[in-house]
Design a protein. Structure first.
Length: 324
């Protein structure tokens, strides 16, 4: 019995020493393109609240300013995930390289979940989009934003020539309006809130994609979302699944605790501390949780993209969704 006890003790001791000397399993690194605007909030919530860490994920962030750089990085495999990818530009990329952008979640924009909106500088005599005739306008950059802005203007009775519109980097919108370079424009959050807070401009209408493109103020305008490359999903399926689980937890947290979640905008995005509480949340939803109505709204927006030529052909949106 004594011999058995000694052997047992030695085995336990060796097992303990092995556990102490074994290195902890390295976290799986995932390259993520991040456009530091308010719609990238799920990324920062998942990062700072430890949701990625819980899934043994270590994201490696690359700041990419807007849709085109994110698309280029995905097509060349420089990133595996885009935290927020402009929808029409992602669909355009999927036509050119099928499966390059598979959306795991979508961001709804409405008059309540504000993102895109038309603003005018204080003093400019316009209280509606239809009154922007003769205005010098700016637009969020990229063909999707520019052509969507033009379509909304057209549906308010303004044709090209009734106004001028130029693409402008998002980081310059507030400064341009402060300087009076433009009379107004099509901008995104947090820029609109920053302008309002500074007293240099006012929003004349938000939720314009829902109302003028989809035909209903209650329609979900899925103008962006989080996307993965098919190569990432196929080559590292378990890592992709765990990344999606962390993302889903971040979305659930935002939806349940919007005021607490907003705090993660500060110092992570272009949102100044004194504007954080003003910025609207979006209607974040995982691809796996889309209702039939939401899917129909998504398809309608994709069809619009094809109608204006930003997307080369009609796309069945169910084929660009990755459900986990």
């Amino acid at each position: 019995m004594k011999l058995v006890s000694k052997i047992t003790a030695i085995v336990i001791l060796l097992a303990g020493l092995t556990a102490l000397s074994a290195p902890s399993r390295a976290q799986d690194k995932v390259s993520v393109g991040v456009f530091p605007v308010s719609s990238s909030l799920p990324y920062f919530v998942a990062l700072e609240r430890g949701f990625f860490k819980e899934q043994n994920i270590e994201p490696e962030m690359t700041k990419l300013m807007g849709g085109p750089p994110n698309v280029a990085a995905m097509m060349t495999n420089q990133i595996e995930v885009s935290a927020v990818l402009v929808m029409l530009e992602g669909l355009n990329a999927d036509v050119k390289k099928p499966g390059v952008a598979m959306y795991i979640s979508l961001n709804s924009q409405t008059k309540i979940w504000k993102m895109e909106q038309f603003v005018v500088r204080n003093g400019f005599p316009a209280n509606s989009i239809a009154e922007l005739k003769g205005a010098k306008l700016m637009s969020a950059p990229g063909p999707a934003n520019l052509n969507t802005a033009k379509a909304i203007l057209a549906r308010n009775g303004l044709k090209e020539g009734d106004y001028t519109i130029d693409q402008l980097d998002m980081g310059q919108h507030v400064n341009a309006m402060t300087a009076g370079t433009f009379d107004g424009g099509y901008t995104l959050e947090p820029n609109a809130s920053m302008m309002i807070k500074a007293g240099i401009a006012r929003s004349i209408e938000a939720g314009v994609i829902s109302k003028y493109i989809l035909g209903s103020e209650t329609a979900d305008a899925y103008a962006a979302g989080c996307a993965m490359t098919t190569e990432f999903i196929q080559k590292r399926p378990d890592v992709a699944k765990r990344f999606a689980a962390a993302w889903a937890k971040a979305i659930a947290f935002i939806n349940a605790n919007p005021d607490e979640a907003r705090k993660h905008l500060a110092k992570n995005t272009f949102t100044p501390d004194n504007v954080v509480d003003m910025v609207s949340m979006l209607g974040y939803v995982m691809a796996a949780d889309l209702s039939a109505k939401q899917l129909a709204d998504f398809q309608a927006f994709a069809d619009f993209g094809a109608s204006i030529g930003v997307v080369p052909e009609k796309v069945d949106v169910s084929k660009v969704l990755q459900k986990f």
